[in-house]
Design a binder for this molecule. Structure first.
Ligand code: URA
Length: 290
């Protein structure tokens, strides 16, 4: 019989080690933080779980879950700073978004909407990828060059890292849904401006309402700030659970901000914290039966 470790499982082990999950783990989970760890259920990926990983899949213990901090529903961007043209673009976006009754209609509405000049320099609208029926929805910042070319979010280097991060807790694009707060690539990969984000925000909020995930993962500062209505930086927000609310939702959705994978590529020493956030996510998903 050959070695039961496949290339996929070796890659996963390498990620665990690279990310600081490098301690020998006993047969019962041990909390290093004084909390009783919830056992981690098997992988959710529809792809078969890597073989030979039963020990490695036992993730480090997570700290107790902090209660979700309530946040007010929209407005989430300070609209008072914007000029009349921008206000008109937002009004029009609200009409387009409100009338969309399905994801297909929302995508079609974005295709017609001309309130964001980014669409003129972009090659493609980047709407979403993954499983729209999934219980986890990831929301990132804005497409880069690879995403713009392919018309799909998170397909470049940082997207590949994000996929590996999610795979490490047992999820892939058949079991999560992924989008951005900005649907067109900003030229030169600059940050989207407040006005550009404000004009797209009604579509983002409607997108979440239509998917209605059980859990939101806010990937990076722009996403966390828009959707939580805060100016606090990602370093302070990450790893804490918030209640995401919007007028079109009958109940809040637990939302977890995490470091953006592009940031982790520049600051690899933050991967330990990022790993803890992933564990926190998996524990919460298990508790929700998601
Ligand atoms: N970074 C993002 O935030 N989104 C993408 O789609 C790609 C890179």
């Amino acid at each position: 019989m050959g070695d039961p470790l496949t290339a996929e499982s070796l890659a996963l082990l390498k990620l665990y080690i690279e990310w600081g999950a490098d301690e020998a783990i006993e047969s019962t989970p041990q909390s290093r933080l004084g909390a009783t760890a919830a056992p981690i259920a098997p992988a959710r990926s529809q792809a078969s779980a890597p073989s030979g990983l039963s020990e490695a899949r036992r993730l480090p213990a997570a700290p107790p879950q902090s209660p979700a901090a309530p946040r007010p529903a929209a407005p989430r961007i300070d609209l008072r700073k914007l000029g009349p043209m921008d206000q008109a673009a937002i009004e029009s976006a609200r009409d387009f978004a409100r009338n969309a009754q399905s994801l297909e209609e929302l995508q079609a509405a974005l295709t017609r909407y001309d309130g964001v000049s980014l669409r003129k320099t972009a090659t493609n609208l980047v709407f979403a990828d993954g499983n729209p029926k999934a219980e986890i929805m990831l929301v990132g910042e804005a497409p880069g060059a690879d995403e713009d070319r392919q018309g799909l979010p998170f397909v470049g280097v940082s997207g590949q890292l994000l996929d590996r991060m999610m795979a490490a807790i047992g999820y892939d694009r058949t079991t999560f849904y992924i989008t951005n707060v900005c649907f067109w690539r900003p030229p030169g990969n600059r940050k989207p401006t407040e006005a550009e984000l404000a004009a797209q925000q009604p579509f983002v909020l409607r997108h979440i309402e239509l998917v209605r995930p059980k859990v939101l993962v806010l990937v990076g500062g722009s996403s966390a700030q828009m959707l939580l209505g805060t100016t606090e930086g990602i370093t302070r927000l990450r790893g804490k659970w918030f209640d995401y609310r919007s007028d079109g939702l009958d109940q809040p959705i637990p939302a977890l901000p995490i470091f953006h994978p592009a940031y982790l590529l520049r600051q690899p020493e933050l991967k330990r914290e990022a790993w803890r956030d992933l564990v926190k996510l998996r524990v919460r998903l298990d508790a929700l039966g998601a």
